[in-house]
Design a protein. Sequence first.
Lengths: 375, 375
Amino acid sequence: MENMEKIREQFPITKNKVFMNHAGQSPLPKQVADVVRKFVDDFSNFGTTSIEWNDGGKPLFAKLIDAKPEEIAFVENTSVGLNIAANVLRYLPSSNIVTTDLEYPSVVYPWLRKSLGVKVHYVKNVDGKILLEDVEKAVDDNTVAVAVSHVEYVNGFRHDLRVLSEIAHEHGAYLIVDAIQSAGAMQIDAKRDNVDFLASACYKWLLSPPGAGYFYVKDELIEKFEPPFVGWASVKDEVFETIDFWDIWNLKLSETASRFEVGSPSFISLVGATEALKMVLDIGIKNIERRILKLTDQLIDAVKDLGLKLQTPEELHCRSGIVNFKIDKPQEVAEKLKNKGIVISARSHGIRVSPHFYNTEEEIDRLVEEIKQCG
Amino acid sequence: MENMEKIREQFPITKNKVFMNHAGQSPLPKQVADVVRKFVDDFSNFGTTSIEWNDGGKPLFAKLIDAKPEEIAFVENTSVGLNIAANVLRYLPSSNIVTTDLEYPSVVYPWLRKSLGVKVHYVKNVDGKILLEDVEKAVDDNTVAVAVSHVEYVNGFRHDLRVLSEIAHEHGAYLIVDAIQSAGAMQIDAKRDNVDFLASACYKWLLSPPGAGYFYVKDELIEKFEPPFVGWASVKDEVFETIDFWDIWNLKLSETASRFEVGSPSFISLVGATEALKMVLDIGIKNIERRILKLTDQLIDAVKDLGLKLQTPEELHCRSGIVNFKIDKPQEVAEKLKNKGIVISARSHGIRVSPHFYNTEEEIDRLVEEIKQCG
């Protein structure tokens, strides 16, 4: 990546820490922090903001995942999007949904509600991988949806969404994707991969304040579903614009994905997310992905040299920004590293490292040196 | 109110504008802006914040409405809370809900969904007032809920929640309250008034950034309902604390109102809301209410002297921080005032004025003078 020095100037955190926990919550780049500060100053001084609001970053998120702006709704966080998807689908007593045993709870919980009465099938991982043949065996004609994280939070395993959607669609099921561990780090191609629903908050790899998230619904599905939650934000623009006279006798849902919005989103978070999306698109998601995979390559090699057991599959096509390796007393190691200014996290008997494009080879080296001394 | 000068120093907006549109979106007080700026600086420089997070202001909001912290959940906005209430209740084909023709759309829309199949009865206002005898006539044994705004957004009519809950409960119905136009301005006593569900965002009278809101569920009801949306934030604290090993095979819902939370809230907004709640409680909600009613008294007298028709009922017990009076071309008048630095809004063929405790008698006078010149 060119101009690494200039890029790092955009990340004040690099002066204070070796931060490689983007799978947790990310530091704000300078340009994001600046725009949020301006929002605060404006609202304090003038009760309104001069920041151009327009679309709240919808076209930018759409561009990032290869979708149309009309297919994007604001959501507070990823979980909200997944719950909308879970609640618009219909279930029979014989219905099932297919997920994996590597999942983040919010991907599974919406279907564990007693009132749905749906069976959840967990495809078991094999050495940290979810095999497509196992998914194929699990999905049947009673499957209503396949629900997965594009990238799994524990070990960074990356699913092949195109094949998953093929398997799901062959059985009349929908593909529902939690993209929080890939959006901003790995390429996402919702159209090519024929994804039905996809949600992501922006406070991890998308380098934004919490409270901003986007929810993608494939265009042909939008008008098929009545949203589970509705409010002033769900209705057609014409209704919104005539704010002087709300029509409270009829619910005229928007024909775009904004029908899944309910009320006032966290504008303060969305101005930050919009700015962060601009930055990510300017650098280019392909460049970011390439850079992240280069850094994690380096880390994986070093971890193997140390004789530590990788919990992340090594094959490039199922890798991501997350590397996990086994270690004794991971919480203690994480604490020791933290005291030395290195931020990673302890997950599943191991250490989870998640560097972003602005991290350096030297920072990976430094982490490895410290790990060596912990061992 | 004592120390008005000192209080106004806390509101940088007072140096730039006569801001009397707190029923819209409010300016941030200095202490709120400061704490949000600190959050941004910390997250940019250190990837974490030194602001004590703890409870996100739940005990403060609980204190404000006379409830217990365990009865409070975070919500992105008011509409989300109302939708949770609408979705946990069960409806028969004969069921109805009772609301009013003065309502904000988000109070009504959740029950206009086709999939619910519930009849909505709109109690008609009489000269801007909703009469209790009319509510009494509308509620019957098929009524599942009475849903109202504590203070109506158009003309500021304030309901008597105690009597409404009595009427609802006599018929086995629930009382669901949108408190966004009263929380931070008027006293709310959820316990005394026996309210079942109440929701409010904080970006109006509670002087906070958008994205922060609270949802109250009466304690005896919490465990009765399975939340419509669930995620990692819905489960018991014990599960949350052992983040290393999420239990994704069982949904062990929290026994507190946090079971109605889903995922990451907008922390950046909640640190602001916590600070704003501290300010409001320090000044005292009774003092704030008294001050607001004094300012609106003055405005009502002046409007009557001008011969303009009030759209706000005059009786003190059903008044609030909102005053609306009829005027020709309200949008044009609002625009003219805006150009002179006076912020109010046009609503329902009239001008809606909504002053807060830090506004002054002189500011009301100035508005009246300008209105006189418009007429």
